[in-house]
Design a protein around this ligand. Structure first.
Ligand code: DGL
Length: 270
């Protein structure tokens, strides 16, 4: 089991920000990544749909004998993690609890902002975690549905992106948050723009770091960690437009992505 890969999935390219962190912190491990590029965005879809999509992806990843799965998507973590954990006999890790924990540790003025998809924000799950971890915190959330398509288009520094960020983030600035959770794995790719709009005094929290750390601890506890480096053989799969994904992945990851496979994800049961 120790030699098996870790499954990582997202609705598209956003989860690569988590894959990158796993590669940095767990260099011995191999990753099988799936980006659901045919059905992105998840953030505007219902819980039932997101659970079905996530189950199909877990079924696909299990055909690759993964030893653990990281849901590198806040939306799927918010709406499907609980169900998948009950259905699976391998560890499944989401990004929400690690993100909330980092923010709770980071804030000084106890005013925390959360940005994410409509589904993540409406689930209220970040607020719940933060209330448990830091009962006196004031939590403000804002859905930013246009951010994900901007990232998928690779418009990371475009003037349109700055204008949209100003419209979305203005109210969080007005509330005086000192910590902002990037509650969608696409958003760290807009970090530069978001930081510029929020100002340097606001700490941006990318849940990827704590998520990779949590994965490391879980693998060690369960004697699943790969103990030696034997070269890496990461695999990448998408449900649409493999070439576009490959270019994007190569601009983000510390390894070279030579091949991206196409998967007809709807053939899995879900
Ligand atoms: N990257 C995902 C997230 O973390 C999903 C974005 C989307 O598909 O709407 O929420």
């Amino acid at each position: 089991m120790r030699e098996n890969a870790i499954g990582v999935f997202d609705s598209g390219v956003g989860g690569l920000t988590v894959a990158r962190e796993i590669m940095n912190q767990l260099p011995n491990e191999n990753i099988v990544y799936f980006g659901d590029t045919a059905r992105v965005p998840y953030g505007s879809k219902s819980k039932d749909t997101i659970v079905t999509f996530s189950r199909q992806i877990v079924d696909f990843l299990r055909t690759k004998n993964v030893k653990a799965i990281v849901i590198a998507c806040n939306t799927a973590s918010a709406l499907a993690l609980e169900t998948l954990e009950q259905e699976c006999d391998i560890p499944i890790i989401g990004v929400i609890e690690p993100g909330a924990r980092t923010a709770a540790k980071t804030t000084v003025n106890n005013k925390i902002g959360i940005i994410g998809t409509v589904a993540t924000v409406n689930s209220g799950i970040y607020t719940q975690y933060l209330r448990n971890m830091k009962p006196d915190a004031l939590v403000y959330s804002k859905a930013c549905p246009l951010f994900c398509p901007l990232v998928e288009e690779n418009w990371l520094y475009d003037s349109v992106t700055i204008e949209i960020a100003e419209r979305y983030l203005g109210e969080l600035k007005d509330y005086g948050v000192d910590t902002l959770i990037l509650g969608c794995t696409h958003y760290p790719l807009l970090r530069h723009t978001i930081q510029k709009v929020m100002g340097d005094e606001v700490q941006l929290v990318n849940p990827a770091y704590e998520t990779a750390l949590k994965l490391k601890n879980v693998l060690e506890e369960k004697n699943l960690a790969k103990l030696t480096w034997t070269g890496n053989d990461h695999k990448f799969y998408v449900s649409d437009d493999a070439d576009k994904f490959k270019v994007f992945a190569n601009s983000i990851l510390p390894c070279e992505v030579l091949e991206t496979g196409y998967v007809n994800i709807e053939q899995y049961n879900g």
